[in-house]
Ligand binder design. Structure first.
Ligand SMILES: C[S@@+](CC[C@H](N)C(=O)[O-])C[C@H]1O[C@@H](n2cnc3c(N)ncnc32)[C@H](O)[C@@H]1O
Length: 269
């Protein structure tokens, strides 16, 4: 499965949904509970998981602009079952090149999930300046923060984790990525622009029964470690073989750190 494939995004969605920080979701809902309707722009929407996760927390009348540069994902996102009153539009856009165009027209809320760890400091600054100029709040969920805990432990876990975190900082299409530093950087940046930020952990927890997703993640991490040439090919392959054996034996668990935040400007629209 590739990094942004429908199969991968579909596999991870229930884990993302379970991981989303409930206090942060409640804070988003509370910010809009006096409005009759809300206009949302979801950046890098994928198959529309943010719409499905956040929609029930927002006023019944919702207008979503789903933005992505992958036409297949956009088609899937707009075909998904929606809240009764939600109007959904697909906006094909390269967010690296044309970020500013995403905010054309009225916007009450900008959302993003599993995006900020892919972007560079420069791009995140651009996003912050752009939406602060319009006093728009931002809900940003599921930014990977570099923490991984493996059960059972393996002598190569630390080296693989270091390689994964180094790989996370390579260019994902937006310049050198912030990777594990993204959420902390973004929170500090929005606070410096006068925003109040509610934040909390949204960690993935996967137990022995979560076989498919653990298998995918472990294979992805082995591939990232190989790209970074952190360990020898033989050591990486041996690590993956031991990990897959633990998954198959029902002895494997994973804990993966993420952060959610909701940033609101001092004077909301
Ligand atoms: C990790 S996925 C997250 C998708 C979705 N937000 C979710 O939480 O399931 C990252 C998304 O970023 C999109 N993306 C990557 N580069 C992009 C770009 N330059 N412009 C617009 N979207 C981009 C991908 O197509 C993919 O949908």
């Amino acid at each position: 499965m590739s990094g942004f494939s429908i199969d991968w995004l579909t596999l991870r969605e229930p884990y993302d949904l379970r991981a989303r920080n409930p206090a942060v979701l409640d804070a988003v809902g509370a910010a809009f509970d006096t409005l009759a309707s809300v206009q949302v722009v979801d950046l890098a929407c994928g198959t529309g998981s943010t719409l499905r996760a956040l929609g029930p927390h927002l006023p019944a009348r919702q207008n979503w602009k789903l933005v992505d540069n992958d036409l297949g994902l956009l088609a899937r996102a707009t075909a998904s079952p929606l809240a009764k009153h939600a109007a959904v539009a697909a906006i094909p856009l390269d967010l690296n090149r044309d970020l500013e165009a995403a905010f054309d027209g009225p916007v009450d809320l900008v959302t993003a999930s599993a995006l900020l760890d892919l972007v560079s400091e420069t791009w995140l600054n651009r996003l912050a300046v752009e939406i602060a100029a319009r006093s728009i709040p931002l809900y940003a969920a599921l930014s990977y923060d570099g923490r991984i805990a493996f059960t059972p432990s393996d002598p190569f876990d630390a080296a693989i984790t270091a390689a994964v975190n180094a790989h996370q900082r390579t260019d994902k299409g937006f310049g050198p990525a912030l990777g594990p530093a993204a959420a902390a950087f973004a929170i500090a940046r929005f606070e410096s622009l006068g925003y109040s930020v509610a934040h909390g952990a949204s960690d993935w927890t996967m137990g022995p029964d979560d076989i498919d997703i653990q298998s995918e993640i472990l294979a992805g991490w082995a591939s990232a470690a190989q790209d970074m040439a952190a360990l020898s090919f033989a050591d990486t392959a041996a690590w993956l073989k031991r990990r897959h054996a633990a998954v198959a034996a029902g002895r494997s668990s994973l804990h993966v750190g993420h952060v959610d935040f909701f940033a609101t400007p001092s004077a909301t629209r």
